[in-house]
Write a protein that binds this ligand. Sequence first.
Ligand code: F6P
Length: 327
Amino acid sequence: MINDIKTIGVLTSGGDAPGMNAAVRAVTRAAIVNNIRVKAIFRGYKGLMDGEIQEFTTQDVSGIIHRGGTILRSARSEEFKTIEGRRRAYETMQREQIDALVVIGGDGTFTGARALAHEFDVPTIGIPATIDNDLWGTDATIGFDTALNTVMECVDKLRDTGTSHERLFLVEVMGRDAGFLTLNAAIAAGAEAAIIPERQAVAEQIDAAINQGQRKHKNSSIVLVQEHAIEGGAMAIAKQIEETHPEFSPRVSILGHLQRGGSPSGFDRILASRMGCAAVTALIEDQRNVMVGLQNGEIVYVPLIKAIKQKKDVKEDKWQALQVLSI
Ligand code: F6P
């Protein structure tokens, strides 16, 4: 069914992710090709409440596909978590004659979008963009592949010095509550172990990490630690190891926000381009409150509620592969 959406608002929200710009470009151009106007909303939901809005032409999204970060800027808004905040946002939409929203971000972004959609009957489409890859219903989120390559390159470099000094390195990786980035990077970089929240008994994971490293007559080893696997992250684990295994003097490297930066990989640019086009198609076909996802290489639409509420688990075969390959 074809509806009468004339103007789409597009925003990026939450932690930025490489490829967000490619998604903004795709939404803008796909909409304009379909005679739909595009209004860019700056600084996420804060900008929607405050009316920081500019109409975009195709030229406004020229030369951005390769750029990291987000030209729309991003923010995490406490006010939007309240009904008053969302009412202000809706009033802006009415004033600006924005008929539907495309929101690019992660879990928090979609939670806000769902509430707005529910309370004010706003057609909303989510595009998953987060380095955490923690959204159910999509095999990949925009930015994950680029961040994975960034972590992998950092670990490669740390291995050079780790090997030279025959050290145990603990590398702290982002991911909010999820271990996807940590586990995948551990496999890709040939790490000795990964410590992730999805596998319980962190103490056992630490033991295994030591056993898979120096105890096996390796001179050096690299263990990737998910930032929230244990309170205090990699620093806390280093302290524990120093106490229980005084023969080690582990070094800690916290990769931090550099994992969110950089030019998006080819995979992320293509994913963002496909998802941006698919978001506009969804609105034209009168879909609402769905997230665009990628499953087995195909674009799918998943109810926002499922994307937020259902838990995506790390793949057991990847966990096993790491154990086998780190002998
Ligand atoms: O969700 C993306 C993410 O980078 C997480 O991996 C991390 O826990 C969080 O954002 C950090 O948030 P902030 O940039 O607000 O410190």
